[in-house]
Design a protein around this ligand. Sequence first.
Ligand code: C2E
Ligand code: MG
Ligand code: MG
Length: 734
Amino acid sequence: MENPHIMQSAVAPPPLPATLVFAPIVRRVPDKPLVLVVDDDMIMREMLQIALEDEGFRVTTTGDGAEGLRCFGQVQPDIVVTDANMPVMDGFALCEALRARSASQYVPILMLTAAQDTDSITAAFTCGATDFATKPLQENLIGHRLRYLLQGSRNLSELARSESRLANAQRIGRIGNWDLNISEDAVSSSAEACRILGAQPVHSPRTWIEYLRFIYQDDRAQVARWMAEMIRTGQPTSLEHRVVRQDGSLRYVFVQAEIATDDDGKATHVSGTIQDISDRKEASERIAYLAMYDALTGLPNRRLCTERLDTILARASRRGGTVAVMIVGLDGFKRVNEARGHSTGDALLVEVSGRLKDNLRQGDEIAYTSSGKSSLDAVARLGGDTFAITLTDLGPGENAAAAATRVQALLSGPCVIDGESLHVTASVGIAVFPVDGSSGPELLTNAESAMHAAKLERRNGIRFFTAEMNAGAARKLAMANELRSAIDTEQLSLHYQPQVDLASGRIVGAEALIRWTHPVRGPISPADFIPLAEELGLILRLGEWALRTACTTARSWQRAGMPPVRVGVNVSPSQFREPDFPRMIERVLVETGLDARCLDLEFTEGVMIGDPEAAIETMRVLRRMGVQLAIDDFGTGYSSLSYLRLFPVQRLKIDQSFVRTLDADEQSTAIVETVVMLGRALKLNVIAEGVETHAHATRLRALGCDEVQGYLVSRALPEGEFRAKLESDWRLAH
Ligand code: C2E
Ligand code: MG
Ligand code: MG
């Protein structure tokens, strides 16, 4: 310690080990404020120390500004009393240095100056001193003076803390605030407001005109009017507008403001908040977009299409014009989607919509009127593989048909997706306003019916709507409602058709076949309502019901002492693909008490479409449970000879279409022969369905088929009749 001032100091801290010099541990006694006295005059220091300690302060003294600065860091006093003039570092320099540090920014500093030295007094305040006192000091008052300064400083730090809390809250909430002093045209903005405007605080707007410069050009006049109106009326208001940040980006903001008035009610200030709502705005715009547009293709969706169509129809009906709605459905899209995956399906839809859109821009490529101008108003995606095109100002009906042909030609070129070339055809249905419907929804529905009719006839067909199509659609709708209630009102039952072993002639199994007896319309074929149940999503309930009923029945036969025949239950592909399917089977087996080996699940090759590996895995799970598996309608599918090897199934059911034409048709005979051979090679049981004649049965036996099922043995029978048949079959054998 070479510094003479410190040596002279009465309370100079004892020398500390070098490592501790910059980190002294100072115990703070909260109720005794610590004063750092800096004065080169030792007598003054001592006098001050005595006076202040008498007043209840603790005191540390040093004899020079530089030492005072170092000592401040060590002891962290609550207040500093410094002489103005000192030899090495004077009080002004000390004051400046302390104010430059954040730790001592708000510590009160009392500067001691010579009386009447106004220059020093001015300099003291310029350097950041809080107050001054002139020498000679009135020692009896100095304590009061310091306490007063301390109080002021506490208020200041509290204010600083609360300002920083507010700034934090603004930053977190992304709300800034600003103020406009009307008469002075002075704008002040919080840090967050500056951030929202994209301005560095130094470039923040100082006047209203400067503020307006941050506002997006197109919104400026509106904001200026808004402010003028608010000042005129004195009413608080809010507004949404855009701002352009310094980096050129556009943000949406929401401002709220109110007027402050003076005692005479005159508007003096406008204070407001500003909030960045760009993200919210973007999200709500996206939601609004998705409500109207198809996310995949960017085309208008059904809702927007219907709205636009209604507008077009209103115009057409005023002018007596004709409007045609064309529904374009891609043929076999579902198959592409299932066989090649959804991403290929999506890419195909994007390609198709692109072709429609591009040609829309050129307008008359797709449609033109006799006047030669484009008549094509809109293309939309209604969902799945269905698109709608609206043609206005049509002359005779041929134009719509010609347009439909052009659409088909447009889509017929190969679509190359992931290097693979896909050929698309489209079926088109057309409904014309006002003949086929008077509203947008009605025309769309009717054109869709026409498209479905076109699809049923052949691929790549075109059909105009006819009234009969509506009747068909209405029938289907009524049936859908009835099917829902049929499940609840026990109009459904299971019939059982025997399956007979060709070698022994014994009944070895029964296929459970669902029956719907409609209270008015009588029996309805499962061939008619199973596809509908699939379409309506009712198949899961229906399938579980059939399974539970069949298992319960088979178990009751066993309980009655019958031989344990297996019971075949049909499973539709969508049921099979349900992730819960094996668990559902297990549950039903446990609940009904049927041995898993007595259950034979029949599914078609259709279950393989899309994800054959997943299908095989499901089969393996079922096999592990002991359940038997059969491929129904074998030979009609298009997939899977290569996969067949991998299927853990026990049985192939030759489709009845081949059995029926056995010997009459060469191809059928060859297929039956091949299936039997295949079954043998793979050690599978082979059963022929739809066996109606002895000739067929004899031929099948000769070919090596194991079992038969068909009218030759019996039709599917109600449960009681089947049980009687089983009983007599059993008795005959014993
Ligand atoms: P499937 O599984 O191939 O059933 C065989 C169909 O052929 C049954 O028609 C049966 O009555 C019929 N049949 C049996 N023997 C002969 C015959 O010698 N000659 C002729 N001409 N037909 C015969 P059904 O009962 O009308 O069932 C039709 C289809 O409905 C079934 O074909 C099956 O795919 C489906 N199905 C029936 N019940 C259910 C069920 O509970 N769930 C599911 N998912 N589908 C079912
Ligand atoms: Mg079947
Ligand atoms: Mg079958």
